[in-house]
Design a protein around this ligand. Structure first.
Ligand SMILES: [Zn+2]
Length: 175
């Protein structure tokens, strides 16, 4: 069953309803069914799509295919708001535990935030553009990692970007 999406999806939607639960499919058939390259199907097989067994040709049960694709689309639809991370264990956007995230500069422009899922304690990561940091800092407690020498960043204001004024804790629309 397809759930309608409110906003038009930028990425391809797969016709999940065309999968016959009781049939099995080889990678070529899957590629044809979804209009994707066979390499994409190979990638899916590495990425958790379960084949029926180890024998050749590889066959995937329709039910497994349907579950995999549905999950894939569900994960895609769930966009994280600022202050949220996508937890791969929960497969849902989650707030970090204690609203705390560690931050390090990945590049001059990108900061990497790490927090623990408030539900399952799994480490969650998110890259944030410098320009978006204030939005995050308004919502969660961003702690520069002790080992990071943020002041070495070419921009002297780098440190303060992590600690922007948090008085305006209003929900700002996600981009
Ligand atoms: Zn989780």
């Amino acid at each position: 069953m397809l759930t309608p999406i409110k906003k038009p999806a930028r990425r391809r939607r797969y016709p999940v309803n065309r999968i016959k639960q009781s049939s099995s499919y080889d990678p070529g058939e899957i590629a044809k069914l979804f209009g994707v390259h066979r390499n994409t199907v190979r990638h899916w097989l590495k990425d958790g799509l379960k084949a029926i067994d180890d024998r050749r040709p590889i066959l995937v049960h329709g039910a497994a295919l349907k579950a995999f694709i549905s999950e894939k689309q569900r994960a895609r639809r769930q966009k994280c708001a600022p202050g949220e991370f996508f937890c791969f264990r929960c497969r849902a956007p989650r707030k970090p535990w204690g609203n705390i995230a560690d931050a390090s500069w990945h590049t001059d422009k990108i900061a990497k935030l790490t927090g623990l899922c408030c539900v399952c304690d799994t480490a969650m990561h998110r890259s944030v553009r410098r320009a978006d940091l204030p939005k995050f800092a308004a919502l969660i407690d961003i702690q520069p990692m002790a080992s990071e020498r943020l002041r070495d960043s070419p921009n002297a204001s780098a440190n303060s970007d992590f600690n922007k004024d948090r008085s305006h804790v209003q929900d700002q629309p996600a981009e």
